[in-house]
Design a protein around this ligand. Structure first.
Ligand code: BGC
Length: 818
């Protein structure tokens, strides 16, 4: 391994000139962010401050004002269209320019290892090839505008449980073949300017201090000449990271800031040359950006571009996966979708009026325009043709407890961490019950250690009935009413919305006076206590809502149920508790389908859910988190103005027990072992002979296609596969030709049954014939060899499998590779 201090980083005379004039103190100060989003410059040398911003589905900007919201990454992946994702990237890059943002913190390319992973919605796929192609499209699109992209999170940040401390145990071959390829492609093919080092540990070493991964692999082997930024507040030490491959500390100044890196250099613990390498990379970025010399400019001029709206709407329709579409019972053997003209629709489900456009956490932002399927469908079909009932409430957080209900002073008592039942170290009467924050400067008592707290008061509830109760804070929090636990929030809300309703619950409470106690555990990472308490009376229960919806369904020609999740259920900071649709949406769909045989389910979520009602629904359309134009796009597809162009980027299981990481997720005692190795996604279902609920690559069309025989030509390790496809239906539509490679039959090394190595999306007019042309290079046949620590090709006869999904093979052709 090359020592950071000795590494020859690409540089230019302009960068070297600035570097030579910087003092050691200036250099050490430049590598820690000034604020969460601003990186410092050096005024005397004309180096400006610059800005980074989340990412990946929009650009928040420093002001966190409204912005363009594109479809979620799992949706973008379902387009199977890197060129379209490139167009989306261009729109995001232009948003950055409008907001004076120098780098977007995206794309996210962590792997869909386990379907309950909280940030599943924020990543592309289970398959490294598909993720790689899309990441490259995204990055090149963003960077074509002169703005940087930052690929994240390096590496194996595939779950949220214990996200800052979990140690991922993964073997070398699995890392190389599944978890690293998207990063490798982003560096090699995408020319990405930045890589974000993750919160977790990998094989015992923290991701920010990885000598092997950040040094030997990323910078030496792959030749990455951009910079590595820490995830926000991720760094765990000063010296290891100082000597190592990390270049920029963000989200905190705990390790390098406040003079700590400077002191480490002065003490001889970190060589100055290592700091030079970091600064050189940051200056190199500014030079690439055309901002090495210039004024600091923090103005933001956000504006909506009509052409961005068009791209985002097209990306949404191209992402929707038509999972099933049967002949609808009541109509003349036509399929349920697109909707027949003149139908009267009962539009049901929580996503109808409150369509979820994006997931939660740092990937969420205020959107330029919201929309709902209800508004769009009424606009298209006429208000009288669409009756509406939500059927169930998906809201998870609760409104603040009304101040007028509080009948006593609100008292906060503070205790040493972990000693809530021990003696208090301080106590205060605070202004109100619903929101309180203590931080350095407002700390209740001098204490070097984090504190925990209990907030108590009494409140008079106006009516008896069902209430939603919520507790939230940084670190775990719990709400008790009359000593009874009513909300138990274990979600770490650092960096994510405090409005998270994780742990909120619906409780029956009597009218009258009750004693409330909100407990806040100390957050191990910081001196900060935030107490948020919600309590809201629910005038109508889910049972009332469901009865109303079923009655509407009975009277309509077609029932459409928009079911799913929201950013409160799918969010950074927490893995999902279950694959089932939250609340009793499964029960609602079953009841609606029983009441109306033309029931169409539109799924509005970013990650897999189970569908116990699948065979009872006439059609299922997977609408994802579709971005700001998503509601109109869904209606385009429902009424047949557009074709559902998506294919599954990930396998969806019948049951969680069928999934690859089952039993090894989310780990125990701080460790998660990727024991399934290479067998993630369809590689697992193929090898174990398990039938998925919805296979990888699956997606129906409104038209029909006939595939011809595949032909492969080429020699050595370079082949071209051609597949003729004809649109045999009456409508224009798209088909995705997927090319998988199966290894020689008697190979000595264990290999997956087949692996996706190429794909092409054809758009064909009625009657049109096209030819999908897919190139296979050396990597298509490689495996990682753990003896030589290198990619190898085992010579032999490989099978090139041409398929419409991982379980729908349309042809095979043998090629001799060697
Ligand atoms: C997330 C990153 C994000 C950063 C800044 C972190 O908590 O993991 O994905 O870019 O915050 O918001």
């Amino acid at each position: 391994m090359t020592d950071t201090a000795e590494r020859a980083t690409t540089t230019t005379p302009a960068v070297e000139d600035v570097l030579a004039r910087l003092t050691l103190a200036e250099k050490c100060a430049m590598v820690t962010g000034l604020t969460p989003w601003i990186v410092g410059g050096v005024e005397r040398l004309g180096v400006p401050e610059w800005t980074v911003s989340d990412g990946p589905v929009g650009v928040r900007g420093r002001g966190m004002g409204p912005g363009l919201v594109v479809p979620g990454e799992s949706a973008l992946a379902a387009t199977w269209d890197p060129d379209l994702v490139h167009e989306v990237g261009v729109a995001l890059g232009e948003e950055c320019l409008d907001k004076n943002v120098d780098m977007i913190l995206g794309p996210t390319v962590n792997v869909h290892r386990a379907p309950r992973g909280g940030r599943h919605f924020e990543s592309f796929s289970e398959d490294p090839h598909l993720s790689s192609r899309l990441a490259v499209g995204y990055i090149r699109g963003v960077q074509s505008t002169g703005v940087g992209a930052c690929i994240k999170h390096f590496v194996c940040n595939d779950q949220e449980t214990d996200r800052m401390t979990i140690d991922v145990r993964v073997d070398e071959r699995t890392l190389r073949e599944l978890y690293l390829p998207a990063f490798e492609a982003a560096v090699g093919d995408g020319g990405v300017r930045s890589v974000m080092a993750a919160y977790n540990y990998v094989n015992g070493e923290h991701a920010c201090s990885q000598t092997e991964l950040l040094g030997s692999v990323l910078k030496d082997e792959w030749g990455f000449d951009g910079f590595v930024v820490s995830d926000w507040g991720a760094m765990k030490d000063t010296v290891l990271t100082g000597r190592g491959g990390l270049d920029l500390e963000m989200g905190s100044d705990d390790q390098w800031g406040r003079g700590k890196l400077l002191a480490a250099v002065e003490a001889g613990e970190v060589p100055e040359a290592a700091v030079d390498d970091k600064v050189r990379r940051l200056l190199g970025f500014l030079e690439w950006r055309g901002r090495l010399q210039g004024a600091t400019d923090h103005t933001e001029s956000p504006r909506e571009h009509p052409e961005h709206r068009e791209v985002v709407r097209r990306a949404a329709t191209e992402s929707f996966v038509l999972v099933a579409n049967r002949a609808a019972g009541g109509q003349d053997a036509t399929r349920a979708l697109p909707l027949a003209r003149g139908v009267r629709v009962a539009l049901i489900g929580p996503g109808a009026a409150e369509t979820a456009l994006m997931g939660g956490g740092s990937a969420s932002l205020e959107v330029y325009r919201t929309g709902s399927v209800l508004d769009s469908l009424r606009e298209r079909l006429g208000p009288d043709a669409v009756a509406h009932a939500p059927g169930v409430s998906l809201r998870r957080s609760a409104e603040a407890l009304p101040a007028e209900w509080v009948t006593s002073p609100v008292t906060a008592t503070f205790h040493r961490a972990g000693e809530l039942d021990g003696p208090s170290v301080a106590s205060q009467v605070v202004d109100g019950a619903s929101m309180n924050a203590w931080h350095p400067g407002r700390w209740p008592v001098e204490s070097p250690e984090p504190l925990c707290a209990r907030v108590t008061f009494t409140a008079d509830l106006p009516v008896s009935g069902t209430y939603r109760a919520m507790a939230a804070g940084f670190g775990a929090s719990r709400l008790y009413v009359d000593g009874r636990l009513v909300a138990d929030n274990t979600v770490d809300t650092v960096h994510i919305s405090l409005g998270t309703g994780a742990g909120a619950s619906e409780v029956l409470l009597e009218a009258g006076e009750h004693a409330f106690a909100l407990e806040l555990d100390a957050h191990p990472a910081r001196q900060l206590l935030i107490a948020r308490l919600g309590l809201e009376y629910l005038p109508r229960t889910d049972a009332d809502l469901a009865d109303e919806a079923v009655a509407l369904a009975r009277d309509a020609d077609v029932a459409i149920v928009v079911a799913g999740t929201s950013g409160e259920w799918e969010t950074e900071g927490a893995d999902r508790a279950s694959l089932a649709l939250p609340k009793d949406q499964d029960g609602l769909i079953a009841r609606v389908a029983a009441a109306n045989q033309n029931t169409v389910v539109v799924l509005n979520c970013g990650a897999p859910v189970t569908m116990p009602w699948l065979s009872d629904a006439a059609a299922v359309l997977l609408g994802w988190y579709p971005g700001q134009e998503g509601a109109d796009a869904l209606v385009d597809v429902l009424v047949g103005d557009a074709e559902p162009g998506g294919r599954m980027p990930t396998t969806w299981a019948r049951d969680e027990a069928d999934t690859p990481a089952y039993g090894n997720f989310p780990g125990a005692d701080g460790v998660v072992t990727y024991a399934e190795g290479l067998y993630v996604g369809y590689r697992h279902y193929d090898a174990r002979g398990i039938e998925p609920l919805v296979p990888f690559g699956h997606g129906l069309s409104y038209t029909t296609f006939a595939w011809g025989e595949p032909v492969a030509s080429g020699v050595g390790t370079s082949f071209v596969v051609e597949v003729p496809v004809t649109n045999t239906g009456a409508r224009a539509g798209s088909e995705v030709v997927q090319v998988y490679v199966a290894p020689p039959a008697h190979g000595v090394v264990d290999r997956p049954v087949k692996e996706l190595r190429g794909f092409a999306k054809l758009r064909l007019a009625p009657g049109e014939r096209g030819v999908a042309r897919i190139e296979l290079g050396e990597r298509a046949f490689c495996r990682w060899d753990t003896d030589t620590h290198a990619w190898v090709v085992d010579p032999g006869e490989y099978s090139v499998i041409v398929a419409a999904s991982a379980t729908d093979v349309r042809g095979r052709v043998a090629v001799f590779v060697g």
